[in-house]
Structures are given as structure tokens and as C-alpha cells.
Ligand binder design. Sequence first.
Ligand SMILES: C[S@@+](CC[C@H](N)C(=O)[O-])C[C@H]1O[C@@H](n2cnc3c(N)ncnc32)[C@H](O)[C@@H]1O
Length: 273
Amino acid sequence: MTTTASQEAFLQTFHAEHPSVTAEVFDRGRASDGRTSYEILRDRVTGSRRVLDLGCGDGLLLEYLAREDGRQLAGVDLSPESLALARRRPALSDARLEEGRAQELPFADDSFDACVSHLALMLMGEIEQVAAEVARVLSPGGILACVVGGGAVGGEAYDRFLGLLRSTVAKLPATQRIPALGDGRARSRNGLDSVLGPAGFGAVDWETVPLDLSGPVGQVWTTVSGMYDLGPLDRSTVERLREAFLAEVTDLTTPDGRVPCAVKVHVATARLR
Ligand SMILES: C[S@@+](CC[C@H](N)C(=O)[O-])C[C@H]1O[C@@H](n2cnc3c(N)ncnc32)[C@H](O)[C@@H]1O
């Protein structure tokens, strides 16, 4: 099995069990202007009529996009379970939702004015092939708008969780560790420029946005424990991690019971020349 194939097999297995975990967490996250990261992406493609969501998951971003009249929407994802949830959304009854790989898009040339992708591009292997496929299905002048993960803000619950997770995973056998996912170049502006430029895109516009995910401790645990890394852990390891996390954030908890939690995302856009 190639490395990309084993990464994709891991993602399919994880999302079979957790088909809407990303939407459940990130639809609660708020930028300083009150928008979610899905709304930020939606606003990057205002006015684009034919829009493809790459790694659309359970279809939440497509549902946001469907609120603009007259749109033709499409989504592609590896996970049949996530797509089944997307197909149940009434707003997406006319959308073309396909099970498939971003590296081999099941769409004709020049099919879209915009391609969006929320927390998915950075998970994809063979990223040059993804860039070439996106360029193929976009019309000239079409826009690619992506949100990619940017890590912890620092000094809050997610930052502390990552410290605990690292020390927990370091002690585990390889069978309980996830494969390295995607291509690191998708997580930096220069890296994305180096991938998208040769595929025909202009310079990447790059913005880093902190998202507030603070809340009661149980909700914040749900947020941080949705990460892929917890997928292969056995129940007792997850329970130990949860107890350590609850202890670790006690001093952060405000008098009204809220735990500060935040993540950074990068919003990248580039136009096909
Ligand atoms: C973190 S989830 C995000 C889902 C959705 N975009 C959201 O934000 O709610 C990443 C999604 O990308 C999909 N994915 C990852 N690699 C893919 C690929 N090569 N082709 C198509 N989908 C892919 C996964 O199956 C998963 O549904």
C-alpha cells in the first residue's frame, strides 16, 4: 500500500466512526468578528455561481454556500458516511455529491468558478496532483479558497492538550499512532505558493485567524478530543488523557466555569491565471 493510500484508509476508517466531527467542533468556533471559519470561506467566494467543496465532509460548508441564490454546488469526499449526512441536508438536494479523491476529481474541465476546502487540503497526499486537478476543473480566473489548520494559540486549553497528547503518544506502540497526514506545504503560504504556482495559480493571499472555542470544560474536552490522533487510542488511554486534561485546565477555568480554548487557522486564497 502506498503512503497516500494508507493515509486515505486511515481517514476513511476514522470518519466512518466520526462522520461530522469537524463540523460539530468548528461551527462553534468564532473569529473576532463573530464569523465561523465556514462563514469566512463562504465570504471569500461571494458571487461565484458554480462552487466545488474539496473534502466536503458532512456538507456544512455547502449548506452555508447554498444560502446564496442560483448556485450550482458540488462536493467530493473520501468518506461515504460523511457524504450520507451531506445528502440528508435539504438545502443540498440539488448538489452533486461524489465519493472520490481530490487527486482524481470526477468532474469535467472548466466546471467551476470557485473551489473551497475547509480543513481538508492539508490532509491530502500527492498535493501537486490535487492542485492540477483543481486547476483543471476551475474556469480561467476561478478562485481556490481554503482553510488549513494553524495549531494552538498558546497558553490556553488546546495548547495544554497538545502537550499532554504528545507525551501520551510518545509512550505508545506504533499501532496506536496515526500515520503522518498530508503534505506540510499546505500549511504555509510559501509552501502553497510552491505547489499552486506551477499548476497555474497566482500568488497566495494568506490570513491567520484565531478561532475562539472556549466553553464549559466538558465542551472543550469534546473539542480537543475530536482530533485524529485519538482515533487509534484504546479507551483506558483516552480516559487517562481526559483526566489529565481536566486537571491541567483547572487553573485556567474562569469563575463562571469557562475554559479558554482557541485554535489558529490560515485562510488561503489564490486565483487561477
Ligand atoms: C477534517 S475533515 C473536514 C470536513 C469538512 N470539510 C468540514 O470542515 O467540516 C477532512 C475531510 O477531508 C476528506 N479528505 C481527505 N483527503 C481527501 C482526498 N484526498 N480526497 C477527498 N476527500 C478527502 C476526509 O474524508 C474528511 O471528510
